[in-house]
Design a binder for this molecule. Structure first.
Ligand code: ZN
Length: 247
């Protein structure tokens, strides 16, 4: 199977959904969390319950954010993200479901309302009590200069990056939207996910069982390859640039 086969599948599809994982963003220099040598092999995740209960853990979490140790954000979208943005713009892709927290789909020009973030977003913070959004830039100075752990400007509650941490439930609204989009597409395209983490990994099979075609583009084989109609073991950026050329 080739890039041309993927181009043909997309041309024939009425409504596509794109599902992205770490593999699309490693090409932008964002580390993979779970792979050997990835973020979680170098530092222990801070569980949600630890963050809430322990000021020292909160301090450590914010240190990771503001010193860039986690490396979750601060990179530029690559040709893979831009190819996805073109498919959205052309009306081919109705939704981009992502496991990534790096904001690179937004940065590549995909409208907010087309992006479904299963694990939240690390490029801003939210109050755990009232949901008020806080920009990291606003919190950075007082943390780095005065050592102040951020609290909500509106209600005084705890503020945390808008990611879904270990120990935190999957967000209901994005999960419901992702399911709805998965069941409404006739082509489900996986880009750069090893498809091992459930429940997210359930979406490709859900699409398949519902009658959609399944295409997987990933450097390594995935557990879902046997169920796919098309599998490309390829770099995302170069492959997608060839499939969806820029005008
Ligand atoms: Zn608040």
């Amino acid at each position: 199977m080739s890039r041309a086969d993927l181009a043909r599948m997309i041309a024939d599809a009425r409504r596509c959904v794109v599902f992205t994982g770490a593999g699309i963003s490693t090409e932008s220099g964002i580390p993979d969390f779970r792979s050997p040598g990835g973020v979680w092999s170098k530092m222990k995740p801070i569980y949600f319950q630890e963050f809430v209960a322990d000021p020292a853990k909160r301090r450590e979490a914010w240190e990771r954010v503001f010193t860039g140790r986690a490396g979750w954000t601060g990179r530029q979208p690559n040709s893979g993200h831009f190819a996805v943005a073109r498919l959205v713009q052309q009306g081919k892709v109705a939704a981009v479901i992502t496991q990534n927290v790096d904001n690179l789909h937004q940065d590549s020009g995909v409208p907010d309302d087309r992006i479904i973030e299963l694990h939240g977003n690390a490029s801003y913070a939210k109050c755990l009590e009232c949901g008020e959004r806080h920009e990291l830039e606003e919190l950075k100075d007082s943390f780095l200069k005065a050592g102040e752990i951020p609290y909500c400007r509106r209600c005084g509650g705890l503020v945390k990056t808008a990611t879904i941490s270990f120990g935190q439930a999957m967000p209901e609204e994005p999960m419901a939207r992702a399911e709805q989009e998965t069941l409404s597409c006739d082509l489900f395209i996986v880009l750069g996910s090893s498809l091992v983490v459930f429940p997210a990994a359930g979406f490709p099979l859900m699409a398949k069982r519902n009658g959609a075609a399944l295409a997987i583009v990933n450097r390594e084989p995935t557990e879902m390859d046997p169920y796919a109609d098309l599998v490309l073991h390829d770099e995302i950026g170069p492959a997608l640039s060839a499939v969806v050329p820029a005008n």
